[in-house]
Structures are given as C-alpha cells and as structure tokens.
Design a protein around this ligand. Structure first.
Ligand code: NAD
Length: 355
C-alpha cells in the first residue's frame, strides 16, 4: 500500500486527483486542505467514506502540522496542489498568493525534507515530492508563433504566475541543494466538473442559465490551451509514480482556443441541450468587458515529453470534454447553487460587465 498526501485536495484539480487515486489499487490518499473559499468537501462526497481516504484540515504554512501528518500517516509521496489560484484575485490582493504559494511551499518543503531524511534508505529512495504548477510561469507568447517546452525560460506576468514561478524555483533548489527527490509538472488551463463558478467556463455556463451577461475580457482574442481536469489528474498520477526525480513535465491538451471561441462553443452546446425560452441563441448574451491588466496574449504548451517518456495522452478532445462539463453543470446544481448564492468578493469577471 502506497500512501499519497495530496495538498489542496478539496480544490478543483486536487479533488479530481483524490477521486482518481482512491480508485487505484494499492493507493491510500491523505488529503490536507485548509478549506479556503476555494476548498469544498462536497467535491469529495463520492469517496468520503472510503477506507483508503483520509481528510485533515490544515494549513501548508504550518510546518509542524505538515511534518506531524507525514509522520503519522507514513506518507510515501506528496502531491502539492494547495495554492491561491485565481489570477484576478492575485491582482486585487497579492498578499495571500505570496503567503500560500511561496511561503507555504517553502514550509512544506522543509517538512518534507526533515521527514525524508528520517526514512530508511529503501523508503527514502522511493519517496517523491511532486509540485504541481502552471504554464503561466512561462509568460506571454505572440499570437502566431512559439510554444512552451520544459526549457522555456520563466517570464511570469501576474502576481499569481510570479508566485507559482517562485515556488517552482524553490522546489528545484531543494532538489539541487538538499537532494530531495522532487518532480514537477506545468499544465495549461483545466476545465471540467467541480470547477469553482468564478472561473471562465463555469461562469459562462451558469450565467447563461441565469440569462445574465457572458463577460469576455477585451476582444476575446486571448488564446489558452485547455485540458479536461480528469486527463490532468491521470497525467499527475503518471508523473508522481513514474517521473524521474529532478525532472519537470509539461502537460496540455493541444487544444488552443481564443476566449471568444470557448464562450461561443458553450453557447452552441447550450442552444442544443437547453434552448432559451425566447428562442434566441445564448450568444446574444455575450458582453465584452475592460481587459485584465497584464493579460498575456497566448499560452501554448508542448506535451511531447510526457507523451514520449510516460505514455500519457489526453482521452478527451476540447469538444467532448466541454460537452461533458456542460452536462455535469446541468445535472449537479446541488453542488454549484450554494456557491453561486454566496456573494464572493474580488470577482472581477462577474461584476465588471458592460452590457
Ligand atoms: P483551487 O483554487 O480550486 O484549489 C486550491 C485548494 O488549495 C483549495 O481547496 C484550498 O482550500 C487549498 N488551499 C489554499 N491555501 C491553502 C493552504 N495555505 N493550506 C492548505 N490548503 C490550501 O485550485 P486548482 O485550480 O485546483 O489548482 C490546483 C493547483 O494546480 C494549483 O497549484 C494551481 O496553481 C495548479 N494549476 C491549476 C490550473 C488550472 O487551470 N486550474 C492549471 C495548471 C496548474
């Protein structure tokens, strides 16, 4: 039995990782999450009674608590997803991003290093610290050329991406300086079930159902690569179990879309599945809003290495994954309604709408 500690397991991607791991033979999951506004135990309802699943409410900035959990649970690997993750919130209040993403990662690394040094040599050799990061650390690409590889220099633009870049550097330094067996992965934009309703895709689906404006920054020309969250979770499992210590792996869906194309595709799916009473297309609700400061034009990521070395490929295309996602939101209002009903502050996209 291998015990994997997942930080941020009550979040969007972390909960998908926990749901996947609990179904893997011989894997026990210890989910460690502070339960910020983004953490939601309802996302784990299907596994909460499983004998191979444990939850601890704790802060990654609390080094002693992290070390105590590693020791008492005898963890074999740490998958570190806990973070402040919303770019707009990082513009309005960068402090929490510095605290959790940089200082928190530093504290967690310290705890992991102490714990790893105490392990017998056979266990120490197999131990992994897997740091989960974003393609946003690589910065801005022109619209018509370039792709991020594992060798691309870091050039983050937002407080969020700068804080993630700093944490990536710390993780590499703990490998180079202290020998901690780390692996890293940098992934493009995720979408799928249990995505917090302030993010673009769920926001558009749910605003459309409420007949509210569908906000798009600028002219909607910014390009992102999109990956279905369950494909990302499978990639992360491949990296933590089979990745080479000291290496990083880019993860993406080879699915570049402009923001406008994403929103229009959602409208088309909804026109088909849940036509408006007025008979008009949901596209009529699209509203262009003032652009985000420091908005990178394009991210595009080359996932060739993880395909070649670890045999990972996404199972969903953008179109199949998006249709599944829309279906999920149509069928699971028990999950998103309570969140939508709470007013969440700092939500630029939801409030800054010029119709
Ligand atoms: P999320 O905001 O949905 O979840 C983050 C989780 O971390 C929440 O459950 C929250 O309660 C927890 N958390 C926050 N601060 C904590 C702390 N101090 N101690 C313990 N737990 C804490 O984020 P997500 O979208 O699931 O992203 C997870 C990770 O993946 C992040 O590191 C993010 O940078 C990275 N990532 C996200 C994407 C994406 O498209 N969402 C893409 C690439 C990489």
């Amino acid at each position: 039995m291998r015990t994997i500690m997942v930080t941020g397991g009550a979040g969007f991607i972390g909960s998908a990782v926990c749901r996947l791991l609990v179904g893997e033979p011989g894997v026990r999951v210890v989910n460690v999450d502070k339960l910020t506004y983004a953490g939601n135990l309802a996302s784990l309802r299907q596994i909460e009674g499983d004998e191979n699943y444990r939850f601890h409410q704790a802060d990654i900035c609390d080094e002693a608590a992290m070390l105590a959990i590693m020791r008492s649970q005898k963890v074999d690997a740490v998958m570190h997803l806990a973070a402040e993750s919303h770019v707009d919130r990082s513009i309005d209040g960068p402090g929490a991003f510095i605290e959790t993403n940089i200082v928190g990662t530093y504290r967690l690394l310290n705890a992991a290093l102490i714990y790893w040094r105490e392990l017998p040599s056979d266990k120490a050799e197999c131990f992994r610290f897997h740091h989960i990061s974003t393609d946003e650390v690589f910065g801005d690409l022109p619209f018509d050329s370039g792709i991020f590889t594992e060798q691309t220099p870091y050039a983050p633009s937002s407080p969020y991406s700068a804080s993630k870049a700093a944490s990536d550097h710390l993780v590499r330094a703990w490998h180079e300086t202290y020998g901690l067996p780390v692996v890293l992965s940098n992934c493009s934009n995720n979408y799928g079930p249990y995505h917090f309703p302030e993010k673009l895709i769920p926001l558009v689906v749910l605003n459309a159902l409420d007949e509210k404006p569908l906000p798009i920054y600028g002219a909607g020309a910014n390009v992102r690569d999109w990956l279905y969250v369950e494909d990302h979770a499978r990639a992360l499992f491949a990296v933590v179990t089979r990745g080479t210590p000291g290496q990083s792996y880019n993860v993406g869906g080879r699915a570049e879309r402009t923001n406008l194309a994403v929103v229009e595709t959602i409208c088309d799916i909804l026109d088909d599945k849940r036509p408006r009473a007025s008979g008009q297309s949901y596209r009529d609700l699209i509203a262009f809003v003032g652009d985000r400061p420091g908005h990178d034009r394009r991210y595009a990521i080359d996932p060739a290495k993880i395909g070649r070395e670890l045999g990972w490929q996404p199972l969903e295309t953008f179109e199949t994954g998006l249709a599944r996602t829309v279906d999920w939101y149509l069928e699971n209002d028990w999950w998103w309604k309570p969140i939508r009903e709470k007013a969440y502050s700092g939500e630029r996209l939801g409030t800054n709408v010029k119709s």
